[in-house]
Design a protein around this ligand. Structure first.
Ligand code: CO8
Length: 258
């Protein structure tokens, strides 16, 4: 598929998706979101992909939903369009690991998109924020829910109510970001981390993703039971036999996703 707002490359089992609206700081318009949902869904179904990296430019991961596109819309327009709901859900439904590599502005819908990903790597230039309140709206693609689960109620309220930006150091301290790199090496480091993930059994990586996500969505008792059952299920895979045999034989495992 030819994309107008993305650059998509697949190499060595990693699908790199670059948001590409440089004139608008990668603002998320309907066309970009539809392409992104399609690209992530295609990568999820592609046997040549084991990990996905979503990134933007040096200046911006994404400066939010496209204000120019939204400004004149009324309630009925966004309600019947279900603005960005299906696209966000399609990205969240991806079963393979998805990494956000964030440099520069990561605001509003951009921050929400990064939080839909499984973890966030940040450049030291990254600025996170939910400034929707300045536009007379609230977050609408998961910000009030995911940021709160991520950084706790107090900091989430602060971010949403003041619209202030959080730098990479604060974001890492707060648990929004897993690691911070110098801006120049962000993408290289993100691709190295993706490559590490592609060496694992993709079946196991997908089980891990499902189980960790359960922690956000269910009770501790249900989550623990789900984890234990998935742990038991892993013993039905050839990759478990290979992983344990390789450990005992002091060699690198050759996973076959079976
Ligand atoms: N939408 C559209 N265009 C944008 C956006 C945006 N969010 N952000 C930047 N741009 C455009 C600017 O209009 C400008 O274009 P032009 O040159 O044609 O005027 C270009 O990008 C460069 O921007 P600036 O000149 O403003 O660059 P600065 O470096 O001076 O400032 C900032 C950078 C601070 C990032 C500034 O651009 C800014 O504040 N942007 C808006 C940030 C914002 O409010 N984001 C939240 C948007 S609302 C949202 O995300 C809702 C999410 C819910 C979606 C789900 C719906 C259900």
């Amino acid at each position: 598929m030819a994309y107008q707002n993305l650059i998509v490359e697949i190499e060595d089992y990693t699908c790199l998706i670059r948001l590409n609206r440089p004139d608008a700081l990668n603002a998320l318009n309907s066309a970009l979101m539809a392409e992104l949902a399609a690209a992530v869904t295609a990568a999820d179904r592609n046997d040549k992909v084991r990990c996905i990296v979503i990134t933007g430019s040096e200046k911006a991961f994404a400066a939010g939903a496209d204000v120019k596109e939204m400004a004149t819309k009324g309630f009925a327009d966004v309600f019947f369009d279900n603005l960005f709901g299906p696209e966000a859900e399609a990205i969240a439904r991806c079963r393979k690991p998805v990494i956000a590599a964030v440099a520069g502005y990561c605001l509003g819908g951009g921050c929400e998109l990064a939080m839909i990903c499984d973890f966030i790597l940040a450049a030291d230039t990254a600025k996170f924020g939910q400034p929707e309140i300045n536009l007379g709206i609230s977050a609408g693609m998961g910000g009030t829910q995911r940021l709160t689960r991520c950084v706790g109620k107090s900091k989430s309220m602060d971010m949403h109510l003041t619209g202030r930006f959080m730098d990479a150091v604060e974001a890492e301290r707060a648990g929004l970001v897993s690691r911070v790199f110098p801006a120049k090496s962000l993408l290289e480091e993100a691709m190295k981390i993706a490559a590490k993930i592609t060496e694992k059994s993709t079946i196991t990586a997908m089980i891990v993703k499902e189980a960790v996500n359960r922690a956000q969505e269910t009770t501790l008792a249900e989550g623990l039971l789900f984890e234990r059952r998935m742990f038991h299920a892993a013993f039905a895979t050839e990759d478990q036999k290979e992983g344990m045999a390789a450990f005992l034989e002091k060699r690198t495992p050759q996973f076959r996703d079976r």
